[in-house]
Design a protein around this ligand. Sequence first.
Ligand SMILES: NC(=O)c1ccc[n+]([C@@H]2O[C@H](COP(=O)([O-])OP(=O)(O)OC[C@H]3O[C@@H](n4cnc5c(N)ncnc54)[C@H](OP(=O)(O)O)[C@@H]3O)[C@@H](O)[C@H]2O)c1
Length: 277
Amino acid sequence: MKIAIVGCGYVGQAIARYWRQYGHLVTVTTTTPQRVEELQSLADRVLVVKGNDPTAIGTALEGQELVLLSLGARQRDAYRETYLETARTLSPLLSGETSVKQVIYTGSYAVYGDRQGQWVDENTPVAPANENGEILAETERVLLAGDRQDLAVCILRLGGIYGPGREIAKIFRPLAGTTRPGTGREVSNWIHLDDIVAALEFARAHRLRGVYNLVNDTPLEQKELLDRLCELHNLEPISWDPTATERRPYNARVSNRKLIEAGFRCRYPQTRLDLIP
Ligand SMILES: NC(=O)c1ccc[n+]([C@@H]2O[C@H](COP(=O)([O-])OP(=O)(O)OC[C@H]3O[C@@H](n4cnc5c(N)ncnc54)[C@H](OP(=O)(O)O)[C@@H]3O)[C@@H](O)[C@H]2O)c1
């Protein structure tokens, strides 16, 4: 299959390697000319593309059957340009005659907003808690509007990404010995890089369409996660100050049941806290 991966960072590189290993012809994009050489080792074609450039996106799409959007905004104020402008640039190019049969987008469970730790699934209406969450929700809507019989659009709402080089211990070690605002009761949802790669292949092979949460089986309260992490790695415990409040834009227990019912299984159903950076 001819596959274009628009945005080739942590996730994009892992799936590019995987798909190429299985004989697919892989095009990847970067916005950074200095990354071209590095990316040439894992792709058949590397293009320098900004998502809001219709000519460059058009070139990336030419002759492709599958487009994966695995974009990541570099700063908080770059969400609109990175996600929404890319979706709005892509959509009209797919609305006419196109070789593309499938679009997969790695989004985020941030679109559910703060649900006070309640369970959410794909039937739960989105309720973003801030502007960037709104932008992600609008990006989903723009992409889903392009779904039609001969073009399957699949949105994967990812949990926090961890894996080699992005171990949970590496992410949270700087918090050891500190006092955090709140009670730590807010819930976080995680997904290992290997499971993301497996789910992307699952979505490709089964031509999934619609929205699927991509999180592991076991949401964890932040306090529990950090307590266990500190114990496992002999780190100074973290304290909580319930008198200090902090806005929690993503406090929801995200269900992966829909993806499981479609036949997918996580290799890491629980968040691996033991991985050493
Ligand atoms: N990190 C998390 O915990 C988390 C949680 C939930 C969902 N997600 C979602 O998962 C996805 C993949 O994350 P990741 O960690 O693989 O991201 P990443 O490592 O930051 O890679 C992002 C890629 O997007 C490219 N990019 C940035 N702005 C762009 C633009 N305007 N136009 C085109 N390409 C652009 C970057 O280009 P360069 O090569 O030039 O840098 C890079 O290749 C993202 O969609 C993110 O929203 C992440």
